[in-house]
Design a protein around this ligand. Structure first.
Ligand SMILES: Nc1nc2c(c(=O)[nH]1)N[C@H]1C(S)=C(S)[C@@H](COP(=O)(O)O)O[C@H]1N2
Ligand SMILES: [Mo]
Length: 529
């Protein structure tokens, strides 16, 4: 008589158990993050641990890495950072889950550790209060619950979770693990994470600042900007003279755009002054406002890069405010702070030398967009943004350069950062194929507060050809230029250089953006067929 092989026990062997544990870890982390995000949407979107940890990562990022991130990922740098944090968290959760399936104590310790990291990152944000850790605590609680439920669903049938021997039973793989039950439980957890996280995002997006901005009415400026006709050559592929708000570059350290209501806005001017001044939004709008066209540029803009834009701003001029405050002799630095703790240091002498430094409230005919600093930001023509253009401004202190290093200065960027003379070819695009004959080469040139006097273009090693310039609006704006090139077939190198209002020719010497702005000539290659 033939002996029947004993039925294979449906035992999940050790390696499989580790794999199930890895899945358990990933789902646990996802639920923790998702729930924290959802709770944060109600407390304050900026208290989500994903955001506060990301924000801490940004603030701890060395200058070279920030520079690299901006150059490599451009406007997506923050998305890349969040994805990176998510990836690190996922790997950690998978590894810890694989271990914690047998060692729940390790799982517990990991949850508490992540919770502490989240709470420290949250509590060290400027203006943080004890209640801000609620989302992190909720996330950890949800994660712990998920972990317990998932792990229980891994227990072989017949073994009670309350059983002191449960861990041991899982370890031995005694009895059958109902993998189907486990997978369904895990899928349920993943669904909770997705729904909670998604709902959190949607709720957080509708901010109070949007409604406040919609209700704002900017008074007509007492002094209007008037651009001469011919500031815009309107050529195909050329940057328009005014950069539309939705296409204006954005650079800041804020992972979540600060949400400030105009009704709540206030500015205190203090420090080395005779009289402290405090202003609310209504008082700022009641001052005599100016309207000016000013080109803003980022020090991180590489040669040929896109971190520059031109807009028509309305704001209250800074100089009379500082005169009312009575700036002390020797107060050579104006330190401005935004609601999220970012700091900027502007030379007092520059802000008061008669240029149109202002507290801006409008950009291209609308209240400042939220991402560009609503309700109030600073604008100082001629200086890179990191030393002049504080968005979501909330404090202004007159002090000295010796006494305080602002955000980017602490990270090695230059204290003094006037905008360098630069030029860019917008069209044709590099490596474009064009037909032989007349080809317009066009772009922009800028040297804010000195103005642009001349732009020249060179093809291969040929002579420098003078470009036609658009009408100059003011010395604080960029100028467009165009050259009609008689293109002959073959591959050609095209370069551009500008001369500023002081007669200084743009340097060809290459320099990186760090520490005070890139230099070098923008050069493209075109193929003429
Ligand atoms: N609050 C705050 N303001 C800020 C920054 C920032 O990180 N936070 N970045 C500055 C930098 S580096 C630049 S180039 C300009 C960019 O302004 P934009 O985003 O409106 O183009 O804002 C400046 N103001
Ligand atoms: Mo910048």
């Amino acid at each position: 008589m033939q002996t029947m092989a004993p039925p294979q026990p449906a035992v999940t062997r050790r390696p499989h158990l580790a794999a199930l544990g890895a899945l358990m870890g990933a789902v646990t982390a996802a639920v923790a993050i998702g729930v924290a995000h959802l709770v944060a949407a109600f407390v304050d979107p900026e208290t989500s641990p994903l955001i506060t940890v990301g924000q801490a990562a940004i603030d701890l990022t060395p200058a070279w890495l920030k520079d690299f991130a901006i150059r490599t990922f451009g406007a997506n740098d923050k998305r890349v950072l969040l994805l990176g944090i998510g990836a690190v968290l996922l790997v950690a959760a998978v590894v810890i889950g694989a271990i914690a399936v047998r060692r729940p104590d390790i799982g517990g310790i990991a949850l508490v550790t992540f919770g502490l990291v989240g709470m420290i990152a949250t509590l060290t944000r400027p203006g943080a209060g004890a209640a801000d850790v609620i989302p992190t605590l909720a996330g950890i609680g949800a994660g712990a619950g998920t972990f317990v439920i998932l792990r229980r669903s891994l227990l072989p049938s017949g073994v009670d979770a309350g059983d002191g021997d449960a861990t041991h039973a899982v370890d031995r793989g005694a009895g059958a693990i109902d993998r189907r039950r486990f997978f369904w439980t895990a899928a349920g957890g993943a669904a909770v994470a997705l729904v909670a996280g998604g709902a959190g995002r949607i709720i957080a997006r509708r901010t109070a600042a949007d409604e406040s901005r919609a209700a704002v009415r900017i008074p007509a400026p007492g002094s209007k900007a008037v651009a001469p006709s011919g500031v815009d050559l309107d050529a195909n592929g050329l940057s328009p003279f005014f950069t539309p708000n939705d296409r204006f570059y954005r650079v800041d350290t804020a992972l979540l755009v600060p949400s400030v209501m105009a009704e709540d806005w206030g500015l205190r001017i203090h420090g080395m002054v005779d009289h402290e001044i405090t202003l609310d939004y209504g008082q700022l709008l009641d001052r005599s406002l100016i309207e000016r066209d000013i080109t803003l540029a980022c020090v991180s803009n590489p040669v040929g890069g896109s971190y520059i834009g031109n807009a028509r701003w309305i704001g209250a001029p800074l100089k009379p405010l500082l005169e009312e405050a009575g700036v002390h002799q020797g107060a050579d630095q104006i330190v401005t702070t935004s609601v999220d703790g970012f700091t900027v240091g502007t030379p007092t002498a520059v802000a008061m030398d008669g240029r149109d430094a202002m507290l801006a409230v409008a950009m291209n005919g609308e209240p400042l967009p939220i991402a560009h600093g609503f309700p109030v930001r600073m604008i100082v023509p001629g200086l890179y943004g990191y030393v002049s253009a504080t968005k979501w401004i909330s404090d202004m202190e007159l002090t000295t350069f010796a006494a305080f290093d602002p955000y980017w200065i602490k990270r090695g960027w230059a204290e003094q950062a006037p905008i360098k003379t630069e030029s860019r070819i917008d069209t044709p695009r590099s490596f474009a194929h064009v037909a032989a004959g007349t080809v317009p080469i066009a772009g922009i040139a800028w040297a804010q507060h000195r103005g642009i006097d001349r732009v020249e273009v060179q093809i291969d090693d040929g002579p420098w050809m003078q470009a036609e310039l658009s009408a100059q609006d003011t010395v604080d704006t960029w100028r467009q230029w165009v050259v009609r090139w008689n293109a002959t077939s073959g591959e050609h190198r095209v370069r551009v250089r500008a001369t500023d209002g002081d007669g200084a020719v743009q340097t060809a010497a290459r320099a990186e953006p760090f520490p005070n702005g890139a230099t070098g000539l923008h050069e493209i290659v075109v193929r003429v067929d």
